[in-house]
Design a protein around this ligand. Structure first.
Ligand code: GDP
Ligand code: GDP
Length: 437
């Protein structure tokens, strides 16, 4: 995975969100419902010509006053500039160039990163004529699109994908060593955890990678265990632009996630899991990453007999439907269960690599299917004849049957649960496909 990230910036109502959905086509976006002044920010994965990249729709601001409004948007653009690999600057030909467009253009012209000026709402020839005024903003890469109809999106995708450097797509030399990304919101204890794990140890080689990375890779090789910890916590950069810490930490988390096999999602025990954590969680699952949840600062929680059990139960209700995830209660401060966390993460790596022999798979699954048949949908009984695991990075299973489209989610879940019960895929997203036999 590349970790290549493209941010869409632009003033409200130019069509960012519409365009974002266009880029993602059917892939569902993750909406980050940060409350307050912002409207939803969205994160997704786009795929074009076999290459994938992250897309962030930076959202819009509900204006309180014009001043605050402009300031907020500028801040947003600065963060996007700092963190993204490329920017899509959206404008709207229906309204023409506004002062805010000009202000944003001023900021965006100064970067050396690729900026794609996208003029939206070019729905017809008349609009196309009007849209030429946008050349005056002075961007070389200019695209005329209609996000609503989709016209012009292919060209912009071609250009974005072409600019992704090859080395961002290739694996590095540590390809076969398990990689764990430590992610979570500011102040949950990510740096403390990292320090507790690797801090004083002399055997650790810490390499701060070059300029193409915004993550720190720490190579750990001790007690016969070898892995790489990827973190973003230690990196605090530049200006005070980063007041919008949440947004900042999310972009960082997405980057670290892309490079990892397993995400260690750190929560603050006292604060619990937030909407943003859930966004990150489901993004990781959709990217096929292993996941371990670490409830940190457990030392601060007053405990009774069932505290951990009840806490886990409530947590899992929020994680549903993907609840087959290890949850550990740790304290980075007291070094409580932090090595256990690594052990569990290594188990998740093994689960992720697991290949079930076809005979065993059919044995178990055909029995489960015989015990509970798929419900009849259009009067035709669905019969599943054969199951096989696909040779993919994420455990994926193809069920061959006569009417693949007639199998609905509840039955799919039944099969997934059966697979999980029998073969242990704890912490790993599992994919199930129905194919025509
Ligand atoms: P955002 O605030 O920048 O995310 O803008 P939205 O995506 O919410 O779009 C704002 C409005 O513009 C909505 O009413 C969209 O339906 C409309 N819109 C978006 N793209 C197009 C387009 O290509 N043509 C036209 N005519 N309207 C569009
Ligand atoms: P980060 O922003 O996620 O990297 O969080 P830090 O590692 O900087 O920790 C934020 C604050 O939480 C610091 O004041 C830490 O000392 C504190 N902290 C971290 N882990 C623990 C823990 O396990 N228990 C307690 N009581 N405090 C912790």
């Amino acid at each position: 995975m590349s970790g290549y990230t493209v941010a869409i910036v632009g003033r409200p109502n130019v069509g960012k969100s519409t365009f974002f959905n266009r880029l993602l086509e059917q892939r569902k976006a993750i909406v980050d419902d940060v409350s307050g002044v912002t409207r939803d920010r969205q994160y997704g994965i786009a795929e074009w010509n076999g290459k994938t990249f992250n897309v962030i729709d930076t959202g819009g601001f509900v204006p309180k006053s014009d001043d605050v409004f402009e300031q907020e948007i500028k801040k947003q653009v600065l963060i996007a500039l700092d963190e993204a690999d490329a920017l899509i600057f959206m404008t709207d030909t229906a309204t023409g160039i506004t002062d805010l467009d000009e202000a944003m253009a001023d900021v965006l012209r100064r970067t050396t990163k690729p900026v794609y000026l996208v003029v939206n709402k070019v729905d017809n020839n008349q609009r196309m004529l009007e849209a030429t005024e946008f050349y005056s903003l002075g961007f070389e890469k200019i695209f005329f699109v209609s996000a609503i109809s989709g016209s012009g999106t292919g060209e912009i995708l071609d250009a974005v994908v072409e600019a992704i450097p090859e080395d961002r797509l290739a694996d590095d030399e540590t390809a076969d060593i398990p990689k764990f990304a430590i992610i979570g919101q500011p102040n949950v204890g990510k740096s403390s955890l990292l320090n507790a794990l690797v801090g004083q140890e002399r055997t650790i080689v810490s390499d701060i990678a070059g300029t193409t990375r915004d993550t720190i890779h720490t190579h750990y090789n001790m007690f016969q265990k070898e892995f790489v910890l990827i973190d973003t916590a230690g990196i605090r950069r530049k200006q005070k632009v980063h007041e919008d810490l949440e947004f900042y930490s999310v972009i960082r988390a997405i980057k670290a996630m892309d490079e990892a096999d397993v995400c260690l999602l750190v929560l603050d025990a006292e604060k619990g899991i937030s909407a943003q954590d859930l966004s990150i969680f489901s993004l990781a699952a959709r990217k096929g990453k292993g996941i371990v949840i670490l409830v940190n600062k457990w030392d601060l929680v007053e405990k009774q007999t069932n505290t951990a059990r009840d806490y886990e139960k409530q947590l899992k209700e929020r994680l549903a439907p993907f609840t087959d995830v290890p949850v550990l209660f740790i304290s980075a401060k007291d070094k409580l269960r932090i090595f256990k966390a690594i052990e569990i993460a290594l188990e998740v790596v093994e689960n992720k690599k697991k290949k079930i022999p076809t005979s065993q798979l059919n044995d178990v699954m055909l029995k489960a299917i015989a015990a509970y048949h798929p419900p009849v949908v259009r009067g035709n009984p669905v019969s599943i004849k054969y199951v096989t695991q696909l040779p993919t990075h994420v455990p994926s299973f193809a069920f061959f049957c006569n009417y693949p489209d007639d199998i609905k989610t509840p039955y799919r879940n039944y099969l997934e649960n059966k697979l999980r019960e029998t073969f242990d895929f704890k912490g790993v997203p599992v994919r199930i496909f129905f194919r025509k036999k």
